[in-house]
Write a protein that binds this ligand. Structure first.
Ligand code: HEM
Length: 468
């Protein structure tokens, strides 16, 4: 006979019997919980494979960065939707609506802070994820296409940060966006048209704000919603995360497989929990900045681009804009897109820094780039003036083509030299050239953010505090 609902099952221990006597329906609830859990597991397994290779669970293979990016995007979507209830995308009301959100709406400031910090940290996390993918060789076949999807998402996230930057409509936002959109003029042929299309006219105004708002809250989120699942599906299609290939003499060797639930899911949840706690902490302690309302008639001094474009702004101080904002960035993006399709001697997917020699060469490249770029900036600031020295030729040649050609010759020279000195493979030498460019870019960014004062003059470390 079936036990009645209020009978205490025999197999229970003392504590459980007491529990049941207080809550006679508990066994029903437990069964329901089991059913829910089964349902949840089935749901999770729609997105995740049932089993994964145990060695892909090692934290130092991925540092959890891709998962962190996903968590941050979710936080941004959630808080962005909340902000939409308060924000008004017209110049007369935008700034005031942000102030009102902060002052009068319960947790308004906190929601804005979470959105602000998640967006900035997302850029750093995605950049680090991109570096980890590069340095573990995860762009080699069969992951080439996922590398390109990743690059597209990187550009989308840059665009999202940039369009969001204008929305508070304060001085910082207004002038930073003025500087950046001004750079577009230098794109030959289409520059001015493109600039007007984005600004919605000749100057920043109501149309610019509504364009930026639409791109920020609809176009880019829609792109990410399509691209992210595609990206994850490609990871699965490639057979999971990158791990070193099995030795040629035993190609069927596969590492031990373990169940995704709980092994992978628990790790992912732990990373997500720590990250969310960190974002909450930062958002409670530090408020997102909001200066005075935008004043189109008064530019601050210095007027700086957002931190992620500081490297490009620094480059602009040294080299003709056509090269600083068009030729060099496009060449680098093009090289990154084609990176998986270069000729390599081996598929070194899953091996950090290609090899021990690759690691040594990367260190040499990092030191060379840091020293050479810092010296180059100082020398250019105080000693070199190609335009004055060679007035007979147009500045786009003397201050654009010439320095760009010198820089290109330096990178090619470095590549050839280091390859010969270390008797290195293509994989190792390409990685060294990548590190060279990466570190130069980081030095430019650091100088742009911290070492430029009034009138964008160079502030040397011992001058800190003297010039604003
Ligand atoms: C919103 C931005 C991004 C999100 C949410 C994201 C998310 C992820 C996740 C969750 C993974 C699985 C493993 C891991 O945590 O590393 C992954 C792998 C991968 N990602 Fe991304 N990613 C983003 C941007 C990028 C970028 C910028 C690139 C490179 C240009 C990239 C290229 C790749 C590749 C090639 C893999 C496969 C790596 C492997 O097999 O080890 N992703 N991504």
């Amino acid at each position: 006979m079936m036990p009645s609902q209020h009978e205490i099952p025999e197999r229970l221990n003392l504590l459980q019997r007491i529990w049941y006597s207080i809550f006679p329906d508990a066994h029903k609830a437990q069964k329901e919980r089991r059913d829910y859990l089964r349902l949840l597991n089935t749901l999770v397994l729609h997105f995740r494979p049932k089993v994964v290779q145990e060695r892909t669970l090692r934290f130092n293979l991925t540092w959890g960065l891709g998962g962190m990016a996903l968590v941050l995007v979710c936080l941004l979507f959630a808080t962005g939707m909340m902000l939409k209830f308060a924000y008004q995308p017209v110049p007369d009301r935008a700034y005031e609506s942000v102030v009102q959100l902060q002052d009068d709406v319960l947790f308004g400031q906190l929601v804005r802070n979470i959105h602000h910090w998640s967006a900035n940290i997302l850029l750093i996390v995605v950049f680090l994820h991109f570096l980890r993918v590069f340095f573990t060789g995860a762009f080699h076949s069969p992951r080439q296409f996922n590398w390109i999807i990743g690059l597209t998402m990187f550009l989308a996230i840059l665009g999202s940060n940039f369009t969001g930057y204008l929305l508070p409509w304060d001085q910082l936002a207004f002038w930073a966006v003025t500087i950046c959109t001004g750079m577009m003029e230098y794109i030959p042929g289409v520059g001015e048209g493109l600039q007007q299309l984005i600004l919605g006219g000749r100057d920043i105004g109501p149309s610019t704000l509504s364009n930026f708002f639409a791109i920020h809250t609809a176009v880019i989120p829609a792109c990410l919603i399509v691209l992210m699942p595609f990206h994850f599906w490609r990871v699965r299609k490639a057979g999971g995360l990158v791990v070193p290939r099995p030795p040629a003499e035993n190609p069927s060797t596969k590492g031990e497989m373990v169940a995704t639930i709980p092994n992978l899911i628990l790790r992912e949840l732990a990373v997500a929990a720590v990250l969310i706690a960190l974002i909450m902490l930062v958002s409670i302690v530090f408020d997102a900045s909001l200066g005075v309302k935008a004043n189109p008639g008064l530019s601050p001094n210095p007027t700086k681009a957002p931190w992620y474009f500081a490297g490009m702004q620094e480059l602009l101080l040294h080299i003709h804009p056509l090269f600083a904002v068009v030729v060099i960035p496009l060449t680098i993006v093009g090289a990154l897109i084609f990176l998986p399709y270069f000729r390599y001697e081996a598929n070194t997917g899953g091996v950090w820094f290609v090899s021990y020699r690759g690691r040594q060469m990367a260190v040499v490249a990092a030191v060379t780039a840091t020293v050479a770029t810092s010296l180059g900036i100082i020398v250019d600031e105080f000693l070199i003036d190609f335009v004055a020295w060679i007035p007979a030729i147009p500045p786009v040649v003397s201050n654009g083509l010439l320095p760009a050609a010198i820089a290109l010759a330096a990178v090619v020279g470095f590549y050839v030299l280091i390859k010969r000195i270390y008797n290195a493979t293509n994989n190792e030498a390409i990685q060294a050239a990548f590190v060279l460019l990466l570190c130069s870019f980081l030095v430019l960014t650091i100088i742009g953010i911290w070492f430029r004062g009034k009138g964008m003059a160079l502030v040397l470390p011992w001058q800190f505090g003297i010039s604003g």
